[in-house]
Write a protein that binds this ligand. Structure first.
Ligand code: G6P
Length: 610
């Protein structure tokens, strides 16, 4: 939550900051602000989107070469101009941008108020910049030292950048729990929540570790810990493709990302399948022996990643015969889960930054479990907190509603479960070959599925005003139903529920009337007849059925109001195809309802608060 970006160097900072903030808007878009340092320290901030801020900044002096910007997802204090970042110190001489939460801000604030500080906002962040200035002015320590001393008093999570009028050659950044990337250019430096605002200026970046402070001066960059121990930073070379950060002719990032799935699925298994007889995933291969004998796997994640985890449960049980528990990361960490060194935990996250998932990892680690990560964003916090892992290689996902990341996560889980199942003797060489050959056909089958787009748009026009939707599926179709319902809720604000088809009669059936569209995953593999019966039950109560069926289906076609055909595939690979029409249905409904598809209200793509 919240995106931060900062620049120091020979270029004008303003355009870099505004462009960077637009790239980071997926992290929050309640309000935005910038600070420019050029002899004076000027702060401009506004409730609303980055574009509103840019418009409000028309006519200001934009020649400063040092500056920082922030796009906010509100935690403390409502999203108005006053609570927008940057926040200034008591004298207005320093400013800060912050992503995270200062948990002990109330006690720090009380102490500062007693000392005569007055606050302009309701935020936790403003307290921190007041504290830094207070320490500097009352102890006589340097700017850098005052930041270090203040951070040692802070409880909570942060990625911050601070600038000061009396130290105009400085840019100081620090992180604990929230991400901060430093871009190292030729005589210029950048700081940002992720690499996307940096990549077009330099490909050299440093991912700060928790508890580290980066200090940039005219003499260059130094990285230290909060305890003042110097560190030698490792410079990574970015591999992000700039085109992936643009809409590429599509009206929305979400639509572009839906249509990218033939390629993103291919990219998730490319290079990992050898001769259709072996799966090479360095992370998983190194734990082969442990995995052969483990008692169970625990999968943790949030939102769409949790849905991928439910598919993972099916896959590991089916292919590797290992019992799996799938947990919401937030629930897992607040229970007292029974877990030990014999457990294998898989943490799934697109962003690699979700606070609850990170906390679940920490808890599982404490108890001695082996932790494996499935993440999309390279260099993010989760891959660095796990013992091993696999990147999904779906490329940057900008639309807040996750689409291609989900199918990439499922692909990674398919490879992992097949690899383990093959190694532990539950999948024969012949069966593995058959499955891998089928997996390789999936990108083409996704391409074919996407051809239903126009038809799905017509269906969206029919149902765009529905007030409720029900999504039903069985087996591996159940997580697909959950994911379809989540997509609709997220971007169109229509209430939707995903249910195991057979459970419908234990409650949701009471909701069904002629107004209720029911989307059913009714492909022709396992449970087909049972699902047909469920469809009959809905029809008997005058519900409207939109069914996802296998090409050539005649039975469901005869009963359902509308059918969307997908190519046939292995039951276990079904989510890779069946999810796609549901993504498109939500997309078109949301567009027709005039919703902001890429930036739905109240949501953020990277949830770095608990
Ligand atoms: C947010 C996003 C969802 C995402 C979830 C988990 O709620 O809006 O799209 O599924 O976080 O995020 P992660 O990055 O951990 O997959």
């Amino acid at each position: 939550m919240c995106g931060i970006v900062a620049y120091i160097g020979p270029r004008e900072a303003y355009p870099i900051l505004i462009k960077g903030l637009k790239r980071l808007e997926y992290r929050g878009y309640d309000s935005a602000g910038i600070a420019l340092l050029d002899g004076t320290l000027e702060v401009y901030k506004k409730a609303g989107k980055v574009a509103d801020l840019d418009e409000a900044c028309e006519g200001i002096d934009k020649t400063a070469h040092i500056g920082m910007g922030h796009t906010r997802w509100a935690t403390h204090g409502e999203p108005n101009d006053r609570n927008a970042h940057p926040h200034e110190s008591q004298s207005g001489e320093m400013a800060i941008i912050h992503n995270g939460i200062i948990e002990n801000y109330a006690s720090l604030k009380e102490a500062l108020i007693k000392k005569g500080h007055t606050f302009k906002s309701d935020t936790d962040t403003e307290v921190l910049i007041h504290l830094i200035e207070d320490i500097r002015d009352n102890t006589g320590v340097s700017f850098e030292e005052s930041v270090r001393m203040a951070l040692s008093q802070v409880v909570g999570a942060y990625a911050i950048v601070i600038i000061s009028k009396t130290n105009p050659e400085y840019l100081i950044g620090a992180r604990k729990g929230s991400p901060l990337v430093v871009g190292v250019g030729e005589g210029e430096y950048f700081m940002a929540s992720d690499a996307t605002p940096i990549v077009e200026y330099t490909r050299n970046v440093i991912y700060l570790n928790d508890g580290e402070i980066a200090v940039i001066t005219v003499d260059g960059l130094t990285v230290k810990t909060i305890d003042n121990v110097a560190k030698t930073p490792y410079i990574h070379e970015l591999e992000i493709n700039l085109e992936n950060l643009e809409k590429g002719g599509y009206e929305h990032f979400m639509l572009k990302e839906i249509f990218e799935q033939p390629k993103s699925i291919l990219d998730s298994f490319r290079g990992r399948i050898h001769n259709n007889s072996e799966i090479v995933m360095a992370g998983i291969n190194q734990y082969e022996n442990k995995l052969k004998n483990i008692n169970r796997i625990i999968i943790v994640g949030c939102g769409t990643s949790w849905h991928a985890g439910l598919v993972g449960e099916y896959l590991f049980e089916e292919f590797a015969r290992i019992p799996v528990e799938v947990e919401y990361a937030s629930e897992f960490r607040y229970r007292n889960p029974v877990i030990n060194e014999d457990d294998f935990v898989i943490a799934i996250s697109q962003s690699g930054e979700t606070a609850d998932t990170l906390a679940a990892i920490d808890l599982a680690k404490e108890k001695g479990a082996t932790i494996f990560g499935i993440c999309n964003v390279v260099g993010s916090s989760i891959p660095r907190a796990t013992d091993a892992g696999a990147y999904t290689h779906a490329g940057p996902e900008i639309g807040v509603a996750s689409t291609k990341a989900f199918t990439a996560q499922v692909t990674a889980l398919i490879l992992m479960s097949l690899s383990v199942g093959h190694k532990n003797g539950h999948i024969s060489d012949t069966r593995l070959r058959e499955l891998l050959i089928e997996l390789e056909t999936i990108p083409d089958k996704v391409e074919k599925t996407l051809k239903s787009d126009k038809y799905i748009e017509e269906l969206a026009a029919i149902y765009k005003d529905a007030r409720n939707f029900l999504y039903l599926g069985r087996g591996v179709g159940f997580p697909v139903a959950l994911e379809g319902a989540l997509k609709l809720k997220e971007i169109s604000y229509i209430h939707a529920e995903g249910y195991p088809a057979a459970e419908m009669k234990h409650g949701p059936i009471a909701l069904i009337d002629e107004e209720m569209p029911v989307v059913v995953i009714a492909t022709q593999r396992n449970h087909y007849e049972k699902v047909v019966s469920n469809i009959q039950e809905v029809k008997a109560r005058k519900g409207k059925i939109i069914a996802i069926v296998t090409e050539g289906d005649t039975v469901v076609k005869g009963i359902a109001d509308y059918v969307i055909e997908i190519p046939d595939t292995e039951e276990a690979f079904l989510p890779l195809l069946a999810t796609i029409p549901l993504q498109l249905l939500s997309y078109h409904i949301a567009v027709m309802r005039g919703c902001n598809v890429d930036q739905p209200r109240n949501l953020a793509k990277s949830v770095t608060v608990e």
